[in-house]
Design a binder for this molecule. Structure first.
Ligand code: 5GP
Ligand code: MG
Length: 177
């Protein structure tokens, strides 16, 4: 495979800033926002968005986390099913504007599992999805409202998201064929 860098630190920062601006613009009730990061990548990104919302928009936003893992039974993708392992939410989600944050949106199955888990915590007013990269190939009627980068990919390609918090530097790389 070949590698193609599709985002460096500056672009990632700008993408997150723009997503934060769009999240604020989308709100009717500034008090009701909750960010929920999905396992590793999404949790770091939720905290980055939270930081930007605080410093650039004067909003302290509660952040929750969902740990979702692919349950592989594994010889066929037909048998892969994302399963929610652990949930940590800042209180009830009744009437909240929830933004689910992930690094890459692909088939939509992870978001579907996340939605299922969220509903145990009340009745949110609205749920949106924020993703750093939307790589297409949805298998369910799921979309992201806030997208850092729409990237055309082949189904068997991979998008590697490196984040300074865990990898020392910010970078998004497409492993292409
Ligand atoms: P989906 O459930 O939409 O098929 O896949 C989304 C989840 O799997 C996200 O949590 C994301 O982190 C991970 N994922 C799917 N495809 C990729 C990819 O190409 N690169 C990375 N880094 N994660 C991916
Ligand atoms: Mg993930």
């Amino acid at each position: 495979f070949r590698e193609r860098i599709v985002m460096e630190h500056t672009e990632m920062e700008e993408a997150l800033r723009q997503m934060a601006r769009q999240i604020v613009a989308d709100l009717d009730d500034p008090e009701g926002l909750v960010l929920v990061g999905i396992h590793t990548g999404g949790v770091y990104l939720a905290h980055r968005l939270g930081q930007i919302l605080d410093t650039e928009h004067g909003r302290k936003v509660p952040i929750g986390t969902l740990d979702i893992n692919l349950y592989r039974d594994d010889w066929s993708r037909l048998h892969t099913q994302p399963v929610v392992r652990a949930t940590r939410l800042p209180g009830s989600l009744d009437d909240k504007d929830v933004v689910l944050v992930d690094d890459v949106l692909f088939t939509g199955r992870t978001i579907r599992a996340a939605l299922d888990a969220l509903m145990d915590y009340g009745r949110p007013r609205r749920v949106r999805v924020a993703t750093l990269v939307d790589r297409g190939h949805r298998e369910l009627p799921i979309c992201a409202h806030f997208v850092g980068l729409e990237l055309e990919t082949l189904p068997d390609e991979q998008v590697n998201v490196y984040l300074k918090e865990k990898d020392g530097a910010d970078r998004v790389v497409l492993e292409c064929r």
